[in-house]
Design a protein around this ligand. Sequence first.
Ligand code: HEC
Length: 251
Amino acid sequence: MKKKIKAISAKALVLTFGIGTLFSCVSDKDSPGLEWMPDMYRSPAIETYVDYGYVKERTDVEKTMKQSAKHPPMNTIPYYGKVEDLEMMLPYHRQVASSAPVTHGLQAKHGWKISEELNGDYEVAAEDKNPIVLTEENQKAIFDQGKKLFKINCVHCHGEKGDGKGPMVESGAYLGVPDFANLKELADGQKFYSIYYGKGMMGAHAPLLKNKEIWTIVHHINKLQSKDYGVGNVTEEEVSDSTSVEIAEQQ
Ligand code: HEC
């Protein structure tokens, strides 16, 4: 009996060792060899913009159709920043046009404030003043920052000069982008409103930009519309091309 157990355990030992050796040997010296249950060491990363419908040669069509990146819950506000910026972090109080659920996908069930009016609060938004007040000291940094944000988020449609001739328009992919030179009468509050909620073919930027960033861009648009915009005598040259001002610095 004892002999039998010994023989079995010896066989088991050889087998285990043999299998172990087999699985650990692969020709690529950078490869860890064959892995048992690789998910144990390499958990599938849950990240934004990843298509979870496709996992290791398996395609789950239903999941492929689902959005992996979601908007943050409505009215989420950052918990950092300066006290004087607090008001800008609070949820925007203006209501969006009644058509927005259809035209811009902004649903009341997600917390968007939908008006019963066709134009929403667009007209009254003209009363809203830019809470970022320009001074001689801060304006250069604000213009630089606005230019930078505009470059990242808007130039592909609106063009660097704001003439409505961005690469997407030039390529023929997009139509109806206005020249800011023709919108000089547009109040700051309405610019904010349209950027925040979107307008016509332009999508809503509220999920992409903080209110403070939108107001900063509004200053930049004003600068594009009028070279003299700003405190004192600001010439175009004084507003540098530098994009070195970090976003963090403004927050
Ligand atoms: C996909 C293209 C596209 C992008 C990106 C885009 N816009 Fe627009 N924008 C448009 C179009 C089209 C209109 C005209 C909307 C209308 O009047 O029907 C418009 C209109 C505007 C207006 C005028 C709104 C009004 O009330 O008349 C402003 C201001 C504006 N955009 C600013 C911005 C800013 C700032 C950004 C970046 C944060 C931006 N846009 C990004 C296409 C775009």
